[in-house]
Design a protein around this ligand. Structure first.
Ligand SMILES: *Cc1c(COP(=O)(O)O)cnc(C)c1O
Length: 476
């Protein structure tokens, strides 16, 4: 399997070549040359593999179609080491929770940081360690976080040979839980840098350092952001697993509702559907930051400025643009890199918006997408209704999904809502919805999280000082 860019650069690259990369050199995103098509015999075999050997074995089957430059036995071992009951708390790894007839949750949030990003990031940590070891190289991951991504990256990379993490966060602006989650890590290869500023200041520093090409090369700076193909690929697996758990035979169809921000999660659903998984609809649920909902309703993709990007109670979906969306549009345009580049590389940077032709827009239906939007009031009402009606406590992001799923479900087609985080992470909104007496259960291992010793460094919002910190901590 070779990988190409969505913007027309036709260089064919192997998986291991793009694993440690972000954007393709022409500014596009990497995609496989073609999606492997799963015939009925293979789908039947995979159902059996999943039922008898479990999630890690299914992950190996799927990943091995996309990764042919890691020996099969090594890849199998990486999957087995990643998807364990010890890390995810259950043998099923992604168990279903029934909500009501025809509607269930798929639990993707039982990893170490209680959000679905662990599903992919844990694999990435093992893949990075493997590939760097094979090359005899090291990598220094630099990132900025306002919460979920940074902690998932740190928990994936902690203790990994050949990898260091420098994670910038806005000093004093994360929730106590999120802060404790990151700052309590004592691993020597994890550096928490609390920047005196807001998230955008931290993000700007990361961009400035990445644009300093000499520094970037000398200090081997890399990233783990959501456009990384390996992250997306890891997410494809749980669409198959959810399908097998929700159905008895491969003649049945299901739909998925996905609480969405950067379009990474639902894009993995798109890939699964392109491979032939019997998915009727992929429902994109957004919060007030409805860049994607607007697109699927109107055909216009309009990125937002910071004044138009709202801080909501489902903060991991607060996006101004959806960084993985280009992958779907490339497929929608018949994999035409020239046209994709004209939209994303030209129109969007010039006008901040593009609108599909009526003809292109009409083809979206064939890809199964639907969309809906949820607000703070919807979130509270959905958390309340689900707790009182079904006795299930859901987090704010999952609530956006459940709200939209209830509107768009169809009789006879099971609807699976992806549970993207646990409510324990969002205590304030849970209290707002249900009153102060209802407490979201926390995994026992995290009971004393906030009182653990913290390891972090407060830094001014100054690129040069951050670069100096990296120089001081990276042996050349
Ligand atoms: C990241 C995240 C999302 C959004 O996922 P995308 O892949 O960016 O669409 C939704 N919910 C939670 C809890 C997240 O952490």
């Amino acid at each position: 399997m070779k990988y190409i860019s969505t913007r027309g650069d036709a260089t064919r690259r192997g998986f291991s070549e793009i694993l440690l990369e972000g954007l393709a050199p022409d500014g596009g995103l990497y995609l496989p040359e073609a999606y492997p098509h799963i015939d009925t015999a293979t789908l039947a075999r995979w159902r059996e593999v999943h039922a008898t050997q479990g999630y890690a074995a299914l992950a190996f089957e799927i990943l091995s179609l996309y990764i042919d430059d890691i020996p099969a036995e090594d890849l199998r071992a990486l999957c087995a080491r990643t998807y364990t009951a010890e890390v995810y708390g259950t043998d099923a790894i992604v168990p279903l929770k029934p909500l009501e007839p025809g509607l269930c949750l798929e639990s993707l949030s039982n990893g170490p940081t209680l959000a679905f990003k662990d599903m992919a990031m844990q694999l990435l940590g093992n893949l990075f360690e493997y590939e760097l070891g094979r090359r005899g190289e090291t990598l220094n991951i630099l990132g900025a976080t306002s919460g979920d991504t940074g902690s998932a990256a740190e928990y994936a990379m902690r203790g990994k040979r050949g990898v260091r993490v420098f994670m910038l966060s806005p000093h004093g602006r994360m929730s106590p839980f999120q802060q404790a989650q990151m700052f309590s890590l004592q691993d020597e290869n994890i550096h928490n840098l609390a920047v005196e500023g807001v998230f955008d200041d931290a993000q700007d520093i990361v961009k400035a350092v990445s644009n300093d090409l000499a520094f970037k090369r000398q200090y081997r700076i890399g990233t783990v952001n959501s456009i990384n193909w390996a992250r997306l690929l890891a997410q494809v697996v749980y669409y198959f697993a959810g399908y097998f758990l929700a159905t008895k035979s491969n003649d049945e169809q299901v739909s998925f509702t996905v609480p969405s921000g950067n379009f990474g999660n639902v894009c993995a659903g798109h890939v699964a559907r392109m491979m032939g998984l019997p998915v009727k609809h992929l429902v994109v649920a957004t919060n007030e930051n409805n860049v994607l909902e607007e697109f699927f309703r109107t055909g216009s993709y309009r990125v937002r400025g910071s004044a138009e990007t709202f801080e909501t109670s489902s903060p991991s979906m607060d996006i101004s643009k959806a960084s993985n969306f280009e992958r779907f549009v490339y497929d929608l345009l018949g994999r035409d890199g020239v046209r994709t580049k004209a939209l994303f590389g030209e129109a969007l940077s010039r006008d901040g918006v593009f609108t599909l032709s009526a003809e292109d827009f009409a083809r979206i239906g064939a890809y199964g997408f639907q969309s809906g939007r949820s607000t703070h009031a919807d979130r509270l009402a959905t958390i309340r209704a689900t707790y009182e009606g079904q006795g299930v406590l859901i987090d704010t992001h999952t609530a956006d999904g459940v709200k939209v799923a209830r509107e768009l479900r169809e009789p006879g087609v099971p609807m699976i809502v992806l549970e993207t985080a646990l409510p324990a992470k969002f205590e304030a909104t849970i209290a707002e919805a249900l009153g102060p007496d209802v407490h979201a259960p926390r995994p026992a291992a995290l009971a004393d999280l906030e009182s653990r010793p913290k390891r972090f460094q407060v830094m001014p919002a100054d690129t040069a000082r951050i670069q100096q910190y990296i120089r001081d901590h990276v042996p050349l």
